[in-house]
Design a protein around this ligand. Structure first.
Ligand code: ZN
Length: 414
């Protein structure tokens, strides 16, 4: 499987000029190709292949007004066309939104494949540049001198900072040692998560504080006149505040997911319909702030990398309303009720811990391969074949891990 290392880069003024020129050409190649694709589809109703876009790029380079495209390395331009082709395939498969035109104001990037960069003893040189590109390696556990990247991405963030990302084919020995433990995780609004072991992780206060700062800068920006220098300064402050919110949230989520993946072989979570909940305006702010979607994404790739089994329980499974001791199902449980006593067995429950225990039980049922009744809920399977056990899962190739999904009925949050 592939993994990537992203570090800060410090290009020289000449390198900045060369990279900005490359970004400009990447943007022209992307936008012009996108425009042609649109027109062809509208006029003739036919989709465009990658080969055709590549041939068009070669033709453009021969014309007078687009001859400047040959002044930069051709690799980032071809990569941009490949990405656009993949973006369209994803779009037609219903996985993503329609590809959009690139703006010069956003994040800029150039992808260099092996033929367009050289990496020797930790020194990076990219095509059409004589001097090495300086970067700061911040991954102590990885020896940069031995790094053999398959691709290098040079990027400039909106706030003007530069980065270089090294994509490498990771070794197989990143697989984690077996712990013999399974864990259920309940994501919540009061605490970020509660595990079936009773461990709680509070929502980070730092992120909330930084989000408040960001909102203040955004209000200030809205009051500035267009085109003024104050507006430019206010804009830079908003970009920096955005970065701080994003970084501290990412940091929090990475710590949380790494910890979970280390602690258990089998991790069961709920499939929260984040997109649907974000549309609910009472919950939207707090949910988009907590980053549940990103949490799931990180957990998925880290589980795959470590050879762990991630089981996703359907969002309609009544994990909060079911008693984890006797299986009694409550007719109703308000969001504000933090504790309740089961009418069936008189067990006093903490709302979130009880939910985490139920999620674990439902996850175990999937891992065993039960397709029937789990914790009083209707449990069904969907999609690809499920892993029968953690052991079998580990023996299968990490690249072709078949995602397991369990579907049932429930409405816990909305
Ligand atoms: Zn009970």
């Amino acid at each position: 499987m592939r993994t990537a290392y992203k570090c800060r880069a410090y290009p020289t003024p000449e390198q900045i000029a060369a990279l900005n020129r490359t970004f400009g050409c990447v943007r022209v190649a992307w936008n012009k190709t996108l425009g042609e694709r649109h027109r062809r589809y509208r006029d003739q109703g036919v989709p465009t292949s990658y080969k055709e876009t590549d041939a068009a790029l070669t033709r453009w380079k021969r014309t007078e007004e687009l001859a400047f495209l040959s002044e930069v390395s051709c690799v980032p331009l071809q990569q941009a066309l490949r990405h656009q082709h993949a973006a369209f395939q994803n779009f037609f498969a219903g996985r993503t939104r329609h590809p959009r035109f690139k703006s010069r104001a956003g994040r800029q990037s150039a992808h260099y494949t092996r033929s367009a960069f050289r990496m020797r003893d930790g020194v990076l040189t990219v095509a059409k540049m004589s001097a090495a590109l300086r970067f700061v390696w911040s991954f102590g556990e990885v020896n940069v001198a031995a790094l053999n990247p398959t691709m290098v991405v040079v990027s400039r963030e909106q706030d003007g900072r530069w980065f270089v990302t090294f994509a490498v084919d990771a070794d197989q020995d990143v697989r984690a040692e077996s712990t013999g433990h399974a864990i259920g995780v309940d994501l919540g609004l009061k605490d970020f998560l509660v595990t079936s072991d009773g461990e709680r992780l509070a929502n980070p206060q730092r992120v909330a504080r930084r989000a408040r700062n960001l909102a203040r800068y955004q209000r200030r920006l809205a009051r500035c006149l267009r085109g003024g220098s104050n507006r430019r300064k206010a804009k830079a402050k908003v970009a920096r505040a955005h970065r701080k919110v994003r970084n501290s949230r990412q940091d929090f989520l990475h710590r949380a997911t790494t910890r979970l993946v280390r602690s258990a072989d089998v991790i069961a979570i709920e499939d929260l319909n984040v997109a649907g909940m974000v549309r609910n305006r009472h919950l939207s702010r707090v949910i988009s702030d907590t980053g549940w979607g990103e949490f799931r994404r990180q957990l998925e790739y880290k589980c795959e990398r470590a050879g762990r089994t991630l089981i996703v329980i359907d969002r309609w499974y009544p994990s909060s309303k079911t008693c984890s001791t006797c299986g009694h199902l409550l007719a109703e449980l308000k969001l504000s009720t933090r504790h309740w006593t089961c009418p069936g067995c008189r067990t006093r429950h903490d709302r979130d811990l009880n939910a985490a225990k139920n999620i674990l039980a439902a996850g175990r049922a999937v891992a065993r391969g039960d397709s029937g009744d789990a914790c009083g809920a209707d449990v069904r399977r969907q999609g690809l074949a499920l892993p029968r056990s953690a052991v079998k899962q580990e023996s299968s190739s990490s690249r072709t891990t078949e995602k397991s999904k369990l579907w049932a009925t429930h409405g816990r949050l909305i």
